[in-house]
Design a binder for this molecule. Sequence first.
Ligand code: FPP
Length: 266
Amino acid sequence: MSRKGSPNTLLQSKTIGGQAAEDMIELDRNRMPEHVAIIMDGNGRWAKQRGIPRLAGHRAGMEAMKKIVDHSDKLGIKYLTVYAFSTENWRRSMEEVSGIFKLLVTFVNRDLRELIRNNVRVKVLGDYSTIPADSKEALERTLAGTKEDTGLQFNIALNYGGRDEIRRSVARIAERVAAGEVKPADITEDMIGAGLWTGSEHADLPDPELIIRTSGEERLSNFLLWQGAYSELVFSDVLWPDFTPGEYEKCIAAYQSRDRRFGGRK
Ligand code: FPP
């Protein structure tokens, strides 16, 4: 990456016809999103286009994910959240489900030392108690090994569902109401938010300013439904395994061009 102009401007380099040329994507360092969330879609189609097994697509997806973690850190993004496995993904074949969890173990075993070296703190959003024992153990090693890190916080949404987390949070509040600790009229949005996987009772994250979905699909698919109320949505046609740091910067540039009003007026 090269720099031009003010120190607050990032300029992306691109190779055209074998020659390095600067394209026009400039990122404003002062307007970087603090929290970016990504729906990593298209691994299956990427594999199908190549006539290879779906799992090979997920493996390529894992490599793409690794590069985006590194690049988020370089861009000074504080929180990166990826949708790795939803509460609905259990409906896929046993082979695919167990393959995705094996990839998780590969990622953790291979990259844990590097994550620690880069000061990346890993957290999980979702109830991972039901995932295969070896994946759970590898994940817990990573959470413990990186918990003191103070750099990029990398959140893996695993067995995560937006509706499911709202239901869980509301159920806990209902218990407090039943116990006479809280009156229904005193229930606040903050109380519901606190009990979500992203809330102060768990990972403690700000809402994402930017949610990216790859592969040309344009829906949230049960991802960060509550937290995404005012997120900017950016859709990329690129299939996830082909999603490069350059594509990532294009999505951030699209975010920076948006006018955010949060329901108010300028
Ligand atoms: C969506 O593509 C992707 C997933 C459901 C899994 C995401 C997993 C990874 C990127 C790799 C592993 C990551 C970790 C943290 C282990 P899709 O299969 O729905 O693609 P399709 O819509 O083209 O079929």
